[in-house]
Design a protein around this ligand. Structure first.
Ligand SMILES: Nc1ncnc2c1ncn2[C@@H]1O[C@H](COP(=O)(O)OP(=O)(O)OP(=O)(O)O)[C@@H](O)[C@H]1O
Length: 243
């Protein structure tokens, strides 16, 4: 699904060059749930913005779903981003003046769908995250955990090939964070490919595989858990019955 080879990203100002990523190597297979961890400033967000085609990189190769996006023009890159990628951010990024269903529809406007199809997909995605009754509510009428579920529904509505999450539970208390992690685990068991950046080792432990980044490089992919789906399902059940 995602393959980065010797990827580098340099931020240049007049005085300083910062290598945010250097010889960055990562492969994520379809259906994997990968957590990317590492200290502050190690390059995790830079990796995620490049993986999500939000930012260009300086060198190396990036294959997304078999397509080499390394030298792509900006408009083509945005087209692929809208088609293939769903984003979940720490700050939810919902639009306060739009109700929940309208928020979920926003990215679908770039997919050339009819209004009826957009509404149907938004309703289906909202049902998937268990919030059908909240479609006409506004974001400030929802709890933080519910807002993040809406943001996940928005990411899912376009049926993305790849879900990218940046500290998805960073603004939530521990109970709500558990609910959001349960949902991500369920989506993974249903076949979603998820890459999640997190500071939190406990959250990372719930992913299928951990990738550690230090100083812009992947340093430890030996910490893989390689759990089979039945074990993951068992773990998800235990986690949700504990809440
Ligand atoms: N726009 C920018 N201009 C210059 N340097 C940048 C820019 N964005 C990031 N950097 C630098 O690149 C490096 C990696 O930053 P990045 O935000 O990817 O780290 P991170 O691991 O996500 O950190 P955190 O966990 O604190 O969010 C840091 O040294 C940072 O200062």
């Amino acid at each position: 699904m995602l393959k980065m080879q010797s990827l580098s990203k340099v931020y240049r100002t007049e005085m300083v060059e910062t290598y945010a990523l250097r010889h960055f190597e990562l492969e994520v297979r379809q259906g994997e749930f990968v957590a990317v961890t590492g200290p502050s400033g190690s390059g995790k967000t830079t990796f995620l913005t490049i993986a999500g085609l939000l930012e260009a990189f300086s060198g190396g190769t990036y294959l997304l779903d078999g397509v080499d996006v390394s030298h792509m023009a900006d408009d083509e890159r945005s087209r692929i981003r809208n088609q293939k990628i769903g984003f979940i951010f720490q700050a939810f990024n919902l639009i306060p003046d739009l109700n929940v269903l309208d928020n979920i529809e926003v990215p679908l406007r770039y997919r050339g769908m009819s209004g009826a199809e957009r509404r149907q997909r938004a309703a289906d995605a909202l049902a998937r995250v268990g919030l059908s009754a909240r479609g006409r509510h506004y974001p400030n009428e929802l709890s933080g955990g519910q807002q993040q579920r809406v943001a996940i529904a928005r990411a899912l509505a376009g049926s993305p090939k790849l879900l990218l999450a940046d500290e998805p539970t960073g603004n939530l208390d521990s109970q709500m964070a558990r609910g959001v992690m349960d949902l991500l685990e369920e989506l993974h068991l249903e076949g979603a490919t998820i890459v999640m950046v997190t500071h939190d080792p406990q959250l990372a432990a719930r992913a299928q595989r951990n990738v550690h980044v230090i100083d812009g490089q992947v340093v430890d992919i030996a910490a893989e858990l390689h759990l089979d789906p039945s074990l993951l399902r068992q773990r998800a059940t235990t986690a949700s019955s504990a809440t």
